[in-house]
Design a protein around this ligand. Sequence first.
Ligand code: TRP
Ligand code: SF4
Length: 333
Amino acid sequence: MKDRIVSGMRSTGKLHFGHYLGVIQNWVKLQHEYESYFFVADWHALTTKYDKTENLKQDVKDVVMDWLACGIDPEVSTIYVQSLVPEIAELNIYLGMVTPQNWVERDPTLKDMAKILRTKEGANSQISYGLMGYPVLMSADIMMFNATAVPVGSDQVAHIEITRDIARRFNNIYKTEFFNEPKPLLNNCSLICGLDGNKMGKSFQNDIKISDTEEVTAKKIMSAITDRSRMRKDDPGHPEQCEVAFKYWEIFGSDEQIGTVRCECEKGLRGCADCKRQLGTVINEKFAPIREKRRYYEEHPEEVTKIIKEGSEKARREARKILDEVRNIIGMY
Ligand code: TRP
Ligand code: SF4
């Protein structure tokens, strides 16, 4: 029997390169080593966007289409939508009972989210009860399938620490060893920054989407930050100070290409515009098969709907089994 992993992403709509390199690529590999459950966290999206739900359905589909395009295989992994597995909500209630209030208040990721909310909405911004419950709901997601590991980006590790604590506390309280204490599974790829050198994120408008066209990608790459100290194209450049473009070369180029870029840049034989034009081509080539596959699913939306429906039914059957055991362990009627 393979060990089980669970992981999810909030339904934020079309995903970007950061999602691909930081998380999805890892999932694609891991799905063959583990029994894998991947889900769209639409309830987690509601914790901050409960009043902006007009695009929610499309956002869910966009996330799933990106996963499929990148190589998450519905024949291998179980792909589902969180809110289509209501058993998770029931488990969330039980876990909420055993979670001390100060554990969620201490959650550093939640503190960051609260800070972002305050800068967006001003000092009067309210943290809802639902948002406070973010780490508990996340624990319910993971424990619903009694996963042993959770492949996520490093930003999620603090949440998983809470999950481990909650699992341990549940086991102690109910004198059981039922729940595993799941570990984060990090991948070893370096984080990709946004076109402006900051963290890549949808809301910062510095991202490149998996689903962007070649033209849009090429244009975005042309706006990437380079070596700011370089004035003319035949000035010697400094790849190490080329904040974005060279970093992208290091991620997407072959060793040979990286060597050539470095050498020509340092000797002043390569202008930044040409360099980025070439980089755009390299990136577009790399993503061509993924984008082609995504277009296929865009043209066959009924297949996507079917994958979501069947995956969610399968997840529900498994969740039901675990929930029955949990109810039994607690002593519910
Ligand atoms: N919090 C995660 C994110 O923002 C999404 C998520 C929700 C998740 N539940 C999860 C990730 C359970 C892993 C396991 O990306
Ligand atoms: Fe960066 Fe390329 Fe310009 Fe050198 S030539 S500074 S690597 S964009």
